[in-house]
Design a protein around this ligand. Structure first.
Ligand SMILES: [Zn+2]
Length: 287
């Protein structure tokens, strides 16, 4: 890393990295990218295990562009409106949308596989201990040990997420320093764990945006999500919204994220639409 000093802050880049780290830490701690996955506890309605296995296969063979297209149709169906295709127009939004689709797709695959075979995801207690070892690491050797174990988790390797512990080791000094800061939430209470995860995700976002961790943490914490905010966006069609990943999460398929039954319904609808819209004439390479 280069010298520190006043640097231009790219809040869009920070936002992207925060989302990536947020998911990576959640996968480490909970075995899933986003909190609130309830599929395991829900009855799969009328869906047979065989059908669910076929969904997993279908999702694995889907590229980001197809996922986005099916998702738009699903949202339109849920909203009871025709597909008004607020498709990303510029390259930056498109690549952000693809990145989102990639995470979303992997998350759904993981969730469905977890339902089919709960043993596929290592024990929850084991994950929590590993996460604890990471945030409690006081020196390089403790950090190295936690990161190595993290990188070697089967699902982490399968999802290509071993890069995250490697990024931490490559920036071990800064990682240990931000944990030593008085602002780091140290309380062992589970209620504090989410803000701890957020702190570290933002700090790592800062590092990967070539800023200091504290700059990342401060800037991301102070993002305004209302009109005039740093990530406020106005589309060509006049629609205005905060373009940060949190607000994006809330807007997307929120209808079925609210409950486990809703989650299954949403996936079932998505797969139903995917079945009927299998062919697409044109396809960019997407990667
Ligand atoms: Zn926002």
């Amino acid at each position: 890393m280069g010298r520190r000093g006043p640097k231009a802050v790219d809040i869009g880049l920070l936002n992207c990295w925060e989302y990536e780290w947020y998911k990576a830490f959640h996968v480490l701690r909970d075995g899933r990218a986003l909190p609130g996955g309830l599929a395991v506890f829900a009855p799969p309605l009328d869906n047979t295990r065989r059908q669910i296995r076929s969904w997993v296969e279908r999702l694995k063979n889907m590229d980001e562009d197809e996922y986005l297209r099916i998702n738009r149709l699903t949202c339109a169906r849920i909203a009871g409106k025709a597909d008004e295709a607020s498709e990303a127009t510029d390259e930056v939004s498109l690549s952000a949308a693809r990145e989102w689709a990639r995470g979303q797709r992997l998350d759904e695959i993981a969730e469905l596989e977890r339902y089919l075979d709960p043993k596929k995801i290592p024990e929850e207690a084991e994950r929590r201990n590993l996460w604890k070892a990471l945030w409690q690491a006081k020196n390089l050797s403790a950090l190295q040990k936690a990161c190595d174990q993290w990188a070697n988790l089967r699902d982490v390797r399968a999802q290509g997420m071993s890069a995250f512990p490697n990024h931490i080791l490559a920036n071990a000094g800064e990682f240990l320093r931000m944990k030593a800061d008085f602002r780091f939430p140290k309380s062992p209470s589970p209620a504090v764990d989410e803000s701890r995860l957020e702190y570290l995700a933002r700090g790592m976002a800062g590092i990967l945006s070539n800023l200091s961790p504290m700059t990342g943490i401060e800037r991301l914490r102070n993002v305004k999500h209302t009109q005039g905010g740093q990530l406020w966006k106005k589309d060509i069609d006049g629609r205005e919204y905060c373009n940060c990943w949190r607000c994006e999460q809330k807007r997307t398929r929120s209808a079925y994220k609210l409950s486990a039954v809703g989650w299954w319904n949403g996936v079932a609808l998505f797969m139903e639409i995917a079945e009927t819209k299998k062919q697409k004439p044109t396809k960019g390479d997407g990667r």
